[in-house]
Design a protein around this ligand. Structure first.
Ligand code: ZN
Length: 388
């Protein structure tokens, strides 16, 4: 069955005027004015008063759950399909976290395959917080070469009390393995780097550029908005040619302690002269949000949501005054390019039919199409995970 979205204002993410979108076989087939197909061959969606934007890419989600920093009862649950649908997230990259022991690569791969069967596009990173990396095959290079869903490594933790305190040499070797495996497999081979609040900040990443032949773009550091010091380092990192990722799941206490809201962080980076193509948002969905006191004692723990991803983009438009096409990039075209997801992140004929319809007035997620399948229509999800 074909799907025809009529008279919709397109942000691809660049503004593309008003046209019709014809979808079939999981792809965008045509984007033109006044496409006419007999009704018996297609479902028609009225796109008037809506904006069509690329399905959102969330490059850092603990799809099988994470956490556990406060013991077994604080392990967080896995990603429910409904959260992705409500959030307009059509592509997720799954990661492990602090706990790469009770959770492992086999379970992560299985969860990713399950979500794919349920309608999303899914990928995973190899490893977890610690080094040496625990991979599925004997090496990271082989994970990248032989497991389709593996597109990089991580999240590897640096400058954090929960990291494995790797030496610079161990970290550089990981980036080298990721680069080699990425080149041989034609994938990104990106290293997703978790940054904690530690004073060392982005030191290891700077040293990669200064002391090795490896490019800054082999790494994708996340949580860069978590404190003012790291944020300032992030500006310099992006200006030197690196990527920076901000985390949209947050707690009121994090913001009180100096975390910079993503919308504001985006505006400030752009004002500082950072190339808009270097900035991304991810949700850290299903990851734990531990609340530590001054002495490092765990006070409380809650869970991140992928539904936080797009509201941060909307806030960048509505509260920070950024253009929709600029803000949209951080969850569409930019992550697609960084992760080398060549059929994702843009609306154009031949690309995967991952499309979100936003209400034109208040930018609410109203309808969601993933791989050509309508998962939400007029604010109502049409499917849910098997055990939801
Ligand atoms: Zn993290």
């Amino acid at each position: 069955m074909l799907l025809l979205i009529k008279n919709v204002e397109v942000y691809a993410p660049d503004p593309g005027g008003t046209c019709d979108l014809l979808i079939g076989g999981g792809k965008i087939l045509r984007m033109e004015a006044d496409i006419r197909i007999p009704r018996k061959y297609c479902e028609v969606i009225d796109g008037r008063n809506h904006k069509a934007v690329p399905g959102f890419i969330d490059g850092h989600v603990h799809i099988m759950g994470g956490g556990g920093e406060g013991g077994f009862a604080t392990r967080t649950p896995g990603l429910p399909l409904t959260d992705a649908i409500l959030g307009g997230v059509t592509t997720v990259v799954g990661c492990l976290g602090t706990d790469g022991y009770t959770r492992n690569m086999a379970g992560l791969l299985a969860k990713a395959k399950g979500l794919e069967e349920e309608g999303l596009s899914t990928f995973i990173y190899s490893g977890s917080y610690g080094l040496p990396l625990r991979t599925l095959m004997p090496s990271l290079e082989e994970d990248l070469l032989f497991i389709d869903k593996v597109i990089g490594a991580g999240e590897v933790a640096l400058s954090d009390h929960r990291s494995s305190q790797p030496t610079f040499e161990a970290f550089a070797q990981l980036v080298a393995m990721a680069r080699r495996g990425g080149m041989l497999s034609g994938k990104a081979g990106i290293v997703n780097v978790h940054l904690g609040d530690g004073a060392r900040g982005l030191d290891f990443l700077r040293r990669i550029a200064a002391e090795t032949e490896l490019p800054l773009t082999q790494m994708w550091p996340t949580h860069i908005n978590r404190n003012p010091h790291l944020f300032e380092e992030g500006i310099a990192h992006a200006k030197a040619g690196g990527f920076v990722d901000f985390t949209t799941s947050t707690l009121a206490s994090y913001l009180e302690d100096g975390e910079i809201p993503c919308a504001k962080a985006l505006r400030r980076m752009l004002e500082a002269g950072v190339d808009p193509g270097r900035i991304t948002f991810t949700s850290d969905g299903q990851g734990s949000l531990p609340d530590w006191d001054r002495n490092g004692r765990l006070q409380d723990i809650s869970v991140g949501r992928v539904t936080s991803l797009f509201p941060a983009v909307r806030e960048a438009v509505q509260a920070e005054g950024l253009a929709l096409e600029t803000a949209l990039r951080v969850i569409t075209a930019n992550p697609a390019r960084i992760l080398k997801l060549r059929s994702k992140g843009q609306l154009a004929p031949g690309m995967d039919a991952d499309v979100v319809l936003l209400s034109a007035k208040d930018l609410e997620v109203r309808s969601v199409v993933a791989k050509g399948q309508l998962l939400m229509k007029a604010g109502r999800p049409l499917t849910k995970g098997r055990f939801e």
